[in-house]
Design a protein around this ligand. Sequence first.
Ligand code: GN1
Ligand code: MG
Length: 380
Amino acid sequence: MSGAQSDARGGMSRSADITAANLDAIAARFETDKPARAITPLGRGLINDTFRVETAGESYVLQRINGEVFPHPEQIMANLLALSELLADADAGGLRIPHIVLTGDGVAFARDQAGALWRMMELIPDARNLAGIESAEEAQEVGRVLGAFHRVTAALPVARFGVSLPGFHDTPAYLRRLEQTASERRHQNAIGEAEEPLAFVDQHRDLAGLLAGAERVGRIRRRITHGDPKLDNILFSTGSPKALALIDLDTIQPGLPQHDLGDCLRSCCNRGGEGAPDPGDTHFDLEICEGILRGYAAETRGLLGAGDIASLYDAIRSVPFELGLRFLTDHLDGNRYFRIDYPGQNLLKARIQLALVADIEAKEPSLRSMIEEVFGGDGR
Ligand code: GN1
Ligand code: MG
């Protein structure tokens, strides 16, 4: 539910097949404190359909899970319920996750007539999204909240969490899929403007195997991860510069903490955002990066090992590479995965992620010494 609490309305977030009558009927299946009186699109998520439900009392988030993307939606809800239950017993360090609202039958989701899965959760009150990071304090807060999530979940039994989205951060598989799709389009003479980003990918193929290789040799290992900690998915307090909560918990599953850090940084340090008009103007902001890493390191002392820390630079460059592969594949494949507002948007987004990779590589010495300084003494 990316950006599900955002003030910015996506505009496209209501799919054509969802009618007001369907929404009312689905919302009524959940145990809200009072009946729904207004249901409106919410947030900027690219995959699920997300709505804000207002009642005379509390407000809620209602979502239809995209069944094409999430083949095991029941596993998502099982992971979420396990997390809520376990966090209720743990010292969550101020970390908040949205409370799940059950249906009248006491289950975590409802199916509509078409078989699609819906779920509801609380809309965390007095919270806001940031359009961008404007201060070192906000950057540190982002790092702190991601660090708190890793610290707290590290104490939970991994066995309680199943894989809800297989292959989600399998970068080598994303590369194979792009190359396969590009080869088909090449035969059809239908590559168009994707030629240049494809050439960049070809020159950077090695990036795809970096984290997988580190995992294979045991330098890094799987833990419980969020999977999608981009800036839209971090809620700040309306009254202070404090981060309150991590939202969009669909991709919580065993994964590499490097993927979370890389994803958070590729999102937060790209001040132009994922869809900036000019890919040539894409930069990776080192000051924001330093703030996030400092906040994270302070919160997680001792959690990451030396091998984890040694892989951070590769994480920072390979996650935007992976997202670039995914946007580019989807562009060549008819935009079936990521929702678009206009033709060519996924190509533009791919070029932005790849431009970020190039800028990160240009800043390698600064990034390596920053990582050394921030995590120096930790994990060794
Ligand atoms: C998707 O739907 P949303 O906006 O939460 C995607 C992430 C990408 C992100 C890019 C399940 O997230 O992996 O990083 O778009 N989620 C899935 O904005 O593929
Ligand atoms: Mg998401």
